[in-house]
Design a protein. Structure first.
Length: 374
C-alpha cells in the first residue's frame, strides 16, 4: 500500500471536511440506508458528503427498492470540492476491479451472499481509504458488509477494522473497535452517551480470552479516552469490565481480574485517567447507561455489543480506534432478510455521519499520514 503511517507528513484538515460514504455489500440494506441518510442528514451544512460506489448500482437501488427517497445522481471526481445537498447524490467511482471478473454491483442479486458483493464492498472502502490517505477526504463512513461474502471475494480479513489496519500498513491488533451510543432524552432509553471499546476483535471466545493481556487492555483504555475526550470536549470517566462472573469472586471463578485486568487499570490511573475496575459486567453497563461512566472497556466482542445493542441498536455507531483516520460505521448488519421491503432504518448511518463530522472538527486523530493537501 505504499508508505506506512509514520513515513508521510502531516497535513491539516479542511474547514469543510469531505466525508466518504460507502454502502457495504450492495446485496444488503447498506445502499438503502446511505440513500435514506443522505436525504435526511443535516451534515450537508457542516461537511461535503460523497458516496464511493458504483453509480449504476445506486441508480438501480433508487429505482427498484421500496421506500427510497427521490434523489438525483451525479458523478464527481475524487478531488471535486463542490458542496453536497440532500437532493443529489454525489458519487465517486471506486475504480477498476482487481482480480477475477465478477458481475457488476448493479447485477448482484439482493439478499444473496456472493463474491461479487464482497468484492464491491471491499473495493469501495479501499477507494475511500485511498482518497483519505491522499488528502481528498477527511473521514470514512461505512455501510455493513458480509464477512462470508468478503472471504468469498478473496479478502482474508474479519471485517472493515482489520482491512483498514492493513491498508495503513499496521497489524490487526493496532486497531480497536468502539461502539458509541449518542445521548438521548427519551424516557425509555439512557440519557447519557456511552462509548464501549473492545480489547479483542472478531474471533472465537476462547481465542479472545487467550489473547487478553494487560498491555492490550491498557491500550484500549487509552484509545477510548482519546476518542471520548474529542466527542465530549472534556476528560471522560471510564471503567474496565471484569472477565469472569462477579468479577472473579476473589479468584474463586478465575484469576484474570487480578492477573491481567487490575494491573492495566492501575497503569491507566497512573497515567491520569479517571478509571474504575475491574467491575462485574452484569451491573457495570447499567451503571454506565445511567451516566456514572462515559465509557467502558469490554474484554471481548459480545460483552460490549449485547448491552449497547439492547440500549439503542439503531442509534449506535461503530468507530475504529488506533488508526490515523476517522472511520465510523453503522452498528448493524447487512439485513439480507429485509432488503427492498422499505424496512431499512437509517438512524445508525445518520449517527455515524454526525460522529465522523464531529471527530474531524475536533481534530481527532492527528492525521500524520496524508500525502496531498487540498
Amino acid at each position: 500500500m505504499g508508505a506506512t503511517v509514520n513515513e508521510v507528513e502531516t497535513k491539516p484538515a479542511a474547514r469543510s471536511p469531505v466525508v466518504a460514504l460507502t454502502c457495504g455489500d450492495p446485496a444488503g440494506i447498506g445502499p438503502e440506508v446511505v440513500c435514506l441518510a443522505w436525504s435526511a442528514t443535516d451534515a450537508h451544512s457542516r461537511a461535503r458528503l460523497r458516496v464511493v460506489a458504483d453509480a449504476d448500482m445506486l441508480a438501480d437501488v433508487l429505482a427498484r427498492r421500496r421506500g427510497m427517497p427521490r434523489l438525483g445522481l451525479e458523478m464527481v471526481a475524487p478531488g471535486d470540492r463542490r458542496p453536497s445537498d440532500p437532493d443529489t447524490l454525489l458519487v465517486v467511482a471506486p475504480g477498476p476491479t482487481a482480480g477475477p471478473q465478477l458481475p457488476p454491483p448493479a447485477a448482484i442479486e439482493p439478499g444473496v451472499i456472493s463474491a461479487a458483493g464482497g468484492a464491491s464492498a471491499a473495493r469501495a472502502v479501499l477507494a475511500a481509504f485511498a482518497a483519505t490517505r491522499h488528502g481528498m477526504a477527511d473521514a470514512i463512513v461505512t455501510g455493513p458488509l458480509h464477512k462470508e461474502a468478503l472471504h468469498a471475494a478473496g479478502y482474508e480479513v474479519p471485517g472493515h477494522t482489520e482491512l483498514l489496519a492493513r491498508a495503513c500498513g499496521l497489524p490487526d491488533e493496532s486497531a480497536s473497535m468502539m461502539l458509541w451510543l449518542p445521548a438521548t432524552h427519551r424516557a425509555t432509553e439512557p440519557v447519557a452517551g456511552l462509548g464501549v471499546v473492545h480489547a479483542t476483535l472478531h474471533e472465537s471466545l476462547s481465542s479472545a480470552i487467550a489473547r487478553l493481556s494487560s498491555s492490550g487492555i491498557e491500550a484500549a483504555g487509552l484509545r477510548l479516552v482519546s476518542l471520548l475526550a474529542a466527542l465530549l470536549g472534556r476528560p471522560p470517566r471510564i471503567a474496565v469490565a471484569a472477565l469472569n462472573p462477579h468479577g472473579g469472586e476473589g479468584g474463586l471463578f478465575g484469576d484474570e481480574e487480578s492477573r491481567l485486568v487490575a494491573p492495566a487499570v492501575a497503569r491507566l490511573a497512573a497515567a491520569g485517567v479517571a478509571v474504575a475496575g475491574p467491575l462485574p459486567a452484569d451491573t457495570l453497563f447499567l451503571r454506565a447507561s445511567r451516566g456514572e461512566f462515559d465509557g467502558v472497556v469490554a474484554l471481548y466482542h459480545d460483552q460490549g455489543h449485547i448491552p449497547v445493542k439492547l440500549l439503542g441498536m439503531h442509534r449506535a455507531v461503530n468507530i475504529t480506534l488506533g488508526l490515523p483516520l476517522v472511520r465510523t460505521s453503522v452498528a448493524h448488519g447487512t439485513g439480507f432478510d429485509i432488503v427492498g421491503k422499505g424496512l431499512a432504518d437509517p438512524s445508525s448511518m445518520l449517527s455515524a455521519i454526525d460522529a465522523a463530522v464531529r471527530l474531524v472538527a475536533a481534530g481527532w486523530p492527528s492525521p500524520a499520514w496524508q500525502t496531498t493537501e487540498r
